[in-house]
Design a binder for this molecule. Structure first.
Ligand code: OGA
Ligand code: MN
Length: 152
């Protein structure tokens, strides 16, 4: 779904990372805090994130994205009714939060430069770096190897 990018995962256990976690944690349910690492997505000016819903197997109920460098446009589109959509202008330094219907019932995407408009306003895309914070899905760890069970 993503083109023109590189990505990595960065731990948030250092001073700056812990400060970031403190800032984004209020967007998450107290019982389902963000993982102590961020997904860093470095999108080229010509890159895009195509419409998708993050895997319910690997990600929990809340996704928060911090945008840096270039502004960009995030589009949400209803899976049930494609006529039902909205766009957000992501300014550098802004944080968006996807939860509830926005997390599960709408796709999200970052528009490619040629489609990058907000209302009538052209939003030229430069290099954009996003830090994406996610929590774990419920029930994760249930299948971690535990002590052997009598039934094998
Ligand atoms: C993703 C994603 C959006 C963004 O990597 O799953 O949706 O803000 N990224 O870069
Ligand atoms: Mn996503």
């Amino acid at each position: 779904a993503i083109t023109g990018y590189r990505e990595t995962e960065r731990g948030l256990r250092g001073r700056a990372g812990r400060a970031l976690l403190l800032r984004v944690s209020p967007a998450f349910p107290p019982r389902r805090p963000p993982r102590p690492s961020a997904h860093v997505l470095d999108l080229l000016p010509g890159g895009r994130v195509g419409p998708h819903v993050d895997s319910v197997k690997f990600c929990g109920c809340t996704i928060a994205g911090l945008s840096l460098l270039s502004p960009s446009v995030l589009r949400l589109q209803s899976l049930r009714d494609p006529q039902d959509w909205l766009e957000l202008l992501l300014e550098p330094g802004s944080l968006y939060v996807l939860r509830g219907a926005a997390r599960y019932e709408f796709t999200h995407e970052i528009l490619p430069d040629e489609d990058s408009f907000f209302g009538g306003l052209r939003v030229p895309r430069g290099r954009r770096v996003a830090l994406i914070f996610r929590n774990d899905p419920p029930g994760k760890n249930k299948s971690l190897p535990g002590p052997p069970s009598p039934t094998g």
